[in-house]
Design a protein around this ligand. Structure first.
Ligand code: AMP
Ligand code: ZN
Length: 471
């Protein structure tokens, strides 16, 4: 399997540090507002990478932070007259709802910057001790000139950067030794959240957060570090500098970056005001359509958002869902529903089906090429539509059905149409459960409770009888 590494600017064979295990860190959002669909792009594409790595048999430790202390969070808190914590907690909860609705699985750990201040103070202390950082009046800066490899990720010419940024130095920053030095710790201003440190009461810079959280939850050296391409410089460049100088060893082996989600060929962003929130989109579309849209392009290609492309994604997803529901119908209505063995001819046909799966895998092995992987699913759908009939055995129909559903599942796309239970059905089942209980048939009663739970129905045994609610 190959992945494109921003560090080497080429595709490399993926070999994890520890066989069978993958440690992966994805920079998460700053939580001061509902996330927009640009922020959703790294969430969806790296969740898909994780799912694929798991499908390949790796045990993936996936860490993604929430940046919950930041100028923008503080500004929003002041605007509303509430605490910064109230703002960050609110938008973390909203972000988690959006993630679930996009079928983005929760990370193994979602650390919060404000819970990891001790580790940051410790890392900054080590950097000062080793001569990689210095304190000026309570502000601590990283001494970029001391790290010879600074610039290796972004492949930037540092002298050009230095002369460019010299003229941009704003007052207050002229205490830096070098224009490329960046803040590790800054003293608090009136009304800001702060923590004690040996240098000043203050708060950490943004870059140090990720170096510390990655080290704490994944170790000093990790397999994959990922995020949007705007993070390559300075965020990830600075993370490398901090981590490698502190730990004395390489930080991440593979650096993966998604391209932007654009609108009218400009980056979708809060500051440009040209964004749609995930919530906006959910009012018009099933968010599975958004996921399908994101995966219909390779993660390193810019993707332009438009109503036409969303409608095309909607049609594409429907085409797969129709094929799946047609196969579900054939499964129940094929000529010999009792026969569970495939015929010899079907066995042979199944090798064609497996060939589509192999194509899917080859695409995903090539730097997670989800666009080509989806094309392979479409070929399989077309094949199923034209090949499978009610004359096939149930075992064969089931095999084709399973293949489509499981390939889509690797992409996090839900294509099975689950029949919703009607209120009357639920009440009939509850009645049957009560009768089973009266007859002391508790096994049957429990079975009904789990059957309902699978459909998202919870039962509440109250004094007035059994009540139920949908999830
Ligand atoms: P932020 O909250 O701005 O720190 O962004 C969180 C994540 O979303 C980062 O990985 C960004 O690179 C990514 N991101 C922000 N805007 C876009 C966009 N328009 N397209 C793709 N990724 C984006
Ligand atoms: Zn980060």
């Amino acid at each position: 399997m190959k992945v494109y590494n921003t560090l080497s600017k080429r595709k490399e064979e993926f070999v994890p540090l520890v066989p069978g295990k993958v440690s992966m860190y994805v920079c998460g959002p700053t939580v001061y507002n509902l996330i927009h669909i640009g922020n959703a792009r790294p969430m969806i594409v790296f969740d898909t990478a994780r799912r694929y790595l798991e499908y390949k048999g790796y045990e993936v430790n996936y860490v993604s932070n929430f940046t919950d202390v930041d100028d923008k969070i503080i500004a929003k808190a002041n605007e509303e007259g509430v605490t910064a914590q109230e703002i960050s907690e609110r938008y973390i909860a909203e972000c988690k709802k959006d993630m679930a609705a996009m079928n983005v699985r929760p990370a193994t750990t979602h650390p919060l910057a404000t819970q990891e201040i001790d580790g940051m103070v410790e890392m900054i202390g080590t950097l000062i001790e080793k001569g990689y950082a210095y304190n000026v009046d309570g502000t601590v800066y990283f001494r970029t000139r001391k790290f010879r490899e600074y610039g290796k990720l972004s492949h930037k010419n540092l002298d050009d950067l230095r002369s460019g940024s010299r003229s941009l130095l704003v007052s207050g920053e002229d205490q830096k030794e070098d224009p490329l030095d960046f803040v590790l710790w800054k003293p608090k201003k009136e009304g800001e959240p702060s923590w004690p440190s040996p240098w000043s009461d203050g708060r950490p810079g943004w870059h140090i957060e990720c170096s510390v959280m990655s080290k704490k939850y994944l170790g000093e050296e990790i397999d994959i570090h990922a995020g949007g391409e705007d993070l390559i410089f300075p965020h990830h460049e600075n993370e490398i500098a901090q981590s490698e100088c502190c730990n004395g060893r390489p930080f991440a082996k593979y650096w993966l970056h998604n391209a932007f989600l654009n609108i009218d060929n400009r980056k979708m962003s809060k500051s440009l005001g040209n964004f749609f929130t995930v919530r906006d989109i959910s009012e018009k579309y099933d968010l599975q359509v958004l996921r399908f849209f994101m995966l219909s392009a390779h993660y390193r290609s810019p993707l332009n958002f438009s109503a036409e492309l969303m409608d095309a994604a909607k049609n594409g997803l429907e085409r797969i869902r129709n094929a799946v529901s047609n196969l579900a119908y054939l499964k129940e209505n094929c000529q010999d529903a009792s026969a569970d063995a495939m015929t010899a001819a079907e066995q042979e046909t199944l090798t064609d089906v497996k060939a589509f799966a192999a194509k899917f895998e080859a695409a995903m092995d090539d730097d997670f090429n989800t666009a080509d992987a989806i094309a392979a699913v479409f070929e399989l759908v077309k094949y199923a539509n034209s090949t499978v009939t009610s004359e096939n055995t149930q075992a064969f129909v089931q095999a084709v059905y399973d293949e489509i559903v499981s390939l889509c599942d690797i992409l996090g796309l839900i294509v099975e149409v689950k029949e919703e239970l009607l209120d009357a059905d639920i009440e009939a089942l509850i009645e049957e459960r009560q009768a089973a209980r009266r007859a002391k048939n508790f096994a049957r009663a429990d079975e009904i409770r789990s059957q309902l739970a699978e459909q998202g129905i919870t039962l509440l045994d109250t004094r007035e009888g059994v009540k139920w609610k949908r999830a």
